[in-house]
Design a protein around this ligand. Structure first.
Ligand code: ZN
Ligand code: ZN
Length: 211
């Protein structure tokens, strides 16, 4: 019994990683930039320290739980149904924390380093690839993996942990990142970043124009 519950819990967590990939690829970066979720996410790409409000995420988690719990209990019984739903929701919450920390805190350890390089290559190199935030699994399965090269980061969008007080790249990260373009953010560059985010384009094209 305990093993079955453990398997259901793990399947729930794995289920979230697939949902994370599919949502990110087909909804957040889907054809419509105005769809629920897509609008907030494109804004996150244009202004990297913008995150959709917590209440929206909590509401989404609540709605998903309310739908998933009875269905999985019906399909697999009470214990496994609860475990599957718990695995899914806990992994979702983990994703939220890991995504935010990637933007706001410096990497610690190989997993944190990979997560940031992959996610910022998604942000700045090619937003149509590298959709997995917590794992590379589904990008590997669906052929959308980003190569782990040095990531070019537009200076005006650089994460705070990446730079020193002068806005220069910290020596610890020269192997993984480079800064390009001007640190200046004005109405023109903000408009260009919004346009790039709406079109699922890298903001680097505009950074190169500014140079
Ligand atoms: Zn992000
Ligand atoms: Zn994205």
């Amino acid at each position: 019994m305990a093993e079955v519950v453990l398997v259901a819990l793990s399947l729930g967590a794995l289920g979230w990683t697939l949902a994370e990939y599919l949502l990110h690829r087909f909804v957040f970066h889907g054809r419509s930039a105005t769809r629920l979720g897509a609008q907030e996410h494109r804004r996150h790409h244009a202004e990297v320290d913008y995150f959709a409000p917590w209440w929206q995420k909590a509401l989404a988690a609540l709605v998903v739980t309310a739908a998933m719990l009875p269905l999985s209990i019906l399909a697999a019984g009470a214990a496994s149904g609860w475990a599957f739903t718990a695995g899914f929701i806990v992994m979702y919450l983990g994703y939220e924390v890991l995504h935010r920390r990637a933007h706001t805190r410096p990497p610690r350890g190989p997993y944190g380093r990979w997560r940031r390089r992959n996610h910022f290559a998604h942000h700045f190199v090619d937003p149509r690839r590298g959709h997995g935030v917590t794992s590379p699994l589904w990008d590997l399965v669906f052929g959308t993996r980003l190569p782990l090269r040095r990531v070019a980061v537009p200076r005006r969008l650089a994460m705070r942990w990446l730079v020193d007080g002068e806005g220069e790249l910290l020596p610890a990260y020269v192997g993984d990142y480079e800064l390009v373009g001007s640190p200046r953010s004005d109405a023109r560059s903000r408009h260009a970043d919004r346009e790039a985010a709406l079109a699922n384009r890298s903001p680097l094209r505009d950074a190169a124009e500014v140079n």
